[in-house]
Design a protein around this ligand. Structure first.
Ligand code: ANZ
Ligand code: ZN
Length: 848
């Protein structure tokens, strides 16, 4: 039973006083930047944090011992809504509450003995931090990347704030789970879509990121190669004429191979054409009613696969440019205005959503891609759409081609040829079926769509990033509205725009800042006349999109970060955090990095070279969490066993990327091992058992090799620790020389895992300097080589085989090994064995 409290306290003090984790860019050692995702300061740290930071700390300490110049910083992602909720509940100011949470969390991290360079700590709610958010925003504004637009946004009625698409989970708010609505508001956006191509392309550089994160990023960007096809509004049923240039309806499709199977068109309810084409028709009222209804529905819900689609016929028709076919125009909620052109051609036979919709509304269908498995089907016999590949049928001169080939051919044909209502390169309009007007004058009004059926386009799923929040506890957006000058950016010299204190937060009725007159009323920086400040604050994801750069020069007062320092430390060599940030935080950080690259503030493309996403901590198979009531408080474990035992347990229980099941017994096991290792040192007397040695030395060097490789190549801490455990057993079991070398190696090998006790043991062995100033032990290849020997195997005195076997096996082990060998068994052919003669490390003779 060792006094972990005293020991851990002592070493934490020594580390702090010695400043041994201070990172300096002047070193000539190679740098290593180890970073974990900085936390929201909710107050206490939970087991998920402990796991995340223990993994990172182990890596940082290991790399330091390997001779690298390590930067391992920590800070706090300190803006955000919980501080406002706490303010309402406890009548404390958000800043007070946040700072006390930060103090508490920092204290808990120190108790865990994490090797942070605390001199670099940053908090995003510090004006010296968020002034640079404002600076970055202004740079983006200057480059046209920050802009304001009225838009229909996701609105959480409970939090009374807008949400980014990413913050809507299954139609509900990610924070409070209320059903999300739509609302029209003037909002600030960042034009991340300008970077879509680079964000996609550079995923190729991220060869040390988990594949699933790369896939999630790729899907989020959602690049689609397709064709914009120009349908034409038919005059049929028209009551009022519309502007000529509105007569073309572009639709976006990725399946131009199915163009001959389009049997109707669907416009998004928000499509500007809808209200125009229905004017005066009997359908008008019903259509308007649907538009109104859908406007209130959340978009993510609208397109969900398991939600029933609503739609209605407009009374009007469109003409397919490839065959002059007149098909009905519908309005339905499953088409969104934000994607593509806000209009689709529906192919019910080859698109499942269209299929269900067409069945429901008895719309016609036509098969145009033949299912090779079931070629004779008619649409009536289909029970679902055929979305696979096959030969083109019912597709004019493309019949017989594979659809994959046809996709290319059709795209090329469409972009080079006029629509069917003009006729192939014929200057003379010909009479056409279906009462279609031969009037072509409209074509001149839409020049880019002139005289072609369609053209290839690219569509992205990625939308611009909505950063406005109607919240208090965030970075004020540095903009002033002047009646005369319009939108005026705040001059750089006036930054930061500081949040006013003493504010009354109610959680209701929009932005709290809008109610603070002294904040709102300013004079225009341009003309000096009375003007108003923007009262929205920035989404907190803005804050965390560049903090890793701030850590390179946290006190810099000239710019967000010092260029030279960033050049030295960045990119982050190892980033560690939760999979929940796989899309947003990582995408935004990548976007900011590319923006800084364009400003020539950094000279690399990607911020994080390697990414490790640690697994969840579970208890009884469920994710440990306060709300589930199954959380184990790290503090309690530290009280009872000390931080080292907790660290060892966390690292030993599972590989970092796997889930970790909490196990009280296993903690006991770690506790026992820690004590057992300590006893080894306590019992050691310097000059016992000198002499030439053998087995232990080999095992020692094998262990060094295993631990080094497991940690370095795969972060397999669990197998590394178990190798040290075996080595400790060996030392206990061996009564020979080399124990000093072995014990000291054990201490060094354990140092990244149980740093406090390792220091203590190192001192007990008579050393005066920190164990973390020691180089990581190197293995001796010669010592390992001795580990195997070649033996001869004879049967009845005749040499039958030579075998490589571990050295120093005892007779029984050696005999067993030889008899199990396939080749030997082949010679023996089940003959009864009379006797086996063993000469250790040399020979086995079988008498059969
Ligand atoms: C005809 C078609 C036939 C389609 C077929 C699919 C299969 P991605 O890959 O996501 O880009 N689409 C286009 N714009 C839309 C909108 N605003 N709202 C809802 N759906 C829209 O998907 C492209 C496909 O999504 C397009 O290709 C279109 O349906 C639909 F057998 O066009 B397709
Ligand atoms: Zn002005």
């Amino acid at each position: 039973m060792y006094n972990f409290k005293e020991i851990e306290n002592k070493w934490q003090r020594v580390w702090e006083e010695g400043g041994i984790f201070r990172a300096e860019s002047t070193s000539d050692k190679p740098k290593y930047y180890c970073l974990e995702m900085f936390p929201y300061p909710s107050g206490k740290i939970h087991m998920g944090h402990v796991r995340n930071y223990t993994i990172a700390d182990c890596i940082a300490r290991f790399k330091r011992m390997q001779g690298l110049n390590v930067l391992h910083p920590m800070g706090f992602d300190a803006f955000g809504q919980p501080a406002e909720n706490a303010a309402i509940k406890n009548k404390t100011e958000p800043s007070k509450w946040t700072h006390s949470c930060i103090d508490q969390m920092r204290g808990e991290m120190k108790k865990m003995g994490f090797s942070y360079d605390w001199e670099r700590e940053v908090s995003t709610c510090d004006p010296e931090y968020y002034r640079w958010n404002q600076w970055i925003f202004l740079k983006m504004f200057e480059k046209g990347l920050a802009y304001k637009k009225a838009s229909s946004v996701n609105w959480c009625p409970r939090c009374e704030t807008t949400l980014a698409n990413e913050e809507v989970i299954n139609g509900t708010c990610w924070r409070c789970s209320a059903a999300v609505l739509e609302k029209d508001l003037e909002q600030w956006f960042l034009k991340i879509t300008d970077y879509a191509e680079r964000l996609l392309e550079d995923l190729k550089l991220l060869t040390h990121w988990p594949q699933r994160v790369l896939t999630m990023q790729e899907n989020w960007l959602g690049k689609s190669l397709g064709v914009e096809i120009y349908f034409r509004l038919s005059g049929k049923n028209a009551v009022k004429p519309i502007e000529k240039d509105k007569e073309i309806i572009p639709v976006f499709t990725t399946r131009q191979d199915t163009i001959f199977g389009a049997t109707y068109i669907v416009l998004a309810p928000e499509h500007p054409l809808v209200k125009k084409i229905i004017q005066g028709l009997p359908e008008e009222k019903k259509v308007l009613h649907l538009i109104e209804k859908v406007a209130k529905e959340n978009k993510i819900v609208r397109i969900a696969a398991d939600v029933k689609k609503q739609g209605i016929f407009t009374g009007r028709y469109a003409i397919n440019p490839v065959n002059n076919e007149e098909i009905p125009i519908w309005v339905a909620d499953y088409v969104l205005m934000e994607y593509g052109t806000g209009a689709i051609m529906a192919v019910p036979t080859h698109d499942q959503r269209d299929f269900l919709f067409a069945r429901e509304h008895k719309l016609p269908m036509r098969i145009v891609i033949e299912d090779p498995v079931d070629p004779l089907k008619t649409p009536l016999k289909m029970d679902e759409a055929y979305e696979g590949d096959g030969r083109q049928i019912n597709s004019g001169h493309f019949n017989g081609l594979s659809n994959i080939e046809a996709k290319e051919k059709i795209a090329d044909w469409m972009s080079a040829n006029p629509p069917a209502w003009i006729g192939p390169a014929s200057p003379k309009p010909r009479a056409e079926a279906g009462g279609i007007s031969p009037d072509k004058s409209f074509l001149d009004l839409s020049r880019h769509r002139k005289e072609i059926m369609g053209r290839k386009t690219i569509n992205w799923r990625l939308r611009d990033w909505l950063i406005s929040r109607q919240r208090y506890w965030g970075t004020p957006i540095p903009i002033i509205y002047c009646g005369q000058c319009g939108i005026v950016p705040i001059p750089e010299k006036d930054l930061p725009v500081v949040l006013p204190g003493k504010i009354h937060i109610t959680g209701k009725g929009g932005s709290p800042l809008a109610k603070v007159d002294e904040f709102v009323n300013v004079s225009c920086p341009k003309c000096g006349k009375p003007a108003r400040r923007e009262t929205d604050t920035m989404a907190t994801f803005f804050d965390s999109s560049w903090y890793f750069l701030r850590f390179c020069s946290p006190q810099n007062t000239e710019s967000p970060f010092d260029k030279k320092e960033a050049k030295y430390w960045m990119p982050v060599d190892q980033y560690i955090g939760g999979i929940e940030h796989a899309v947003l935080h990582l995408l935004y950080s990548r976007f900011f990095t590319k923006f800084f690259q364009d400003l020539e503030m950094v000279d690399f493309k990607e911020p994080f070279i390697r990414l490790l996403t640690q697994g969840m901590v579970l208890k009884n198979g469920e994710v440990m969490s306060k709300s589930k009531g199954n959380a184990v408080d790290p503090d309690e474990i530290i009280e009872r066993y000390g931080a080292d035992t907790l660290r060892l347990f966390i690292l030993f229980a599972a590989p970092p990327e796997d889930e970790l099941e909490w196990n009280t017994k296993a903690i006991e096991g770690s506790w026992r091992f820690v004590n057992r290792a300590l006893r080894l040192v306590e019992d050691f007397t310097p000059n016992d058992k000198k002499g030439e040695s053998s087995g232990l030395r080999t095992k020692l060097h094998l262990a060094i090799k295993k631990v080094t490789e497991d940690v370095e190549q795969r972060f397999q801490f669990n197998t590394a620790i178990s190798a040290v455990m075996e080595l400790v057993n060996e030392i206990y079991a061996t009564k020979e020389a080399d124990t000093q070398e072995a014990i000291e190696a054990v201490i060094l090998l354990l140092a990244p895992f149980i740093p406090h006790l390792a220091e203590e043991m190192w001192q007990m062995m008579g050393h005066k300097t920190s164990v973390f100033a020691e180089p990581w032990p190197k293995f001796d290849t010669a010592a390992i080589k001795q580990d195997t020997v070649e033996i001869a195997v004879q049967i009845n005195g005749k040499l039958r085989a030579r075998m490589e076997v571990p050295a120093d096996l005892d007779d029984a082990q050696l005999q067993q090994m030889v008899l199990r060998d396939k080749k030997i068994a082949g010679y023996l052919q089940n003959q009864p064995i009379k006797r086996v003669i063993v000469v250790p490390n040399k020979l086995v003779n079988i008498v059969a």
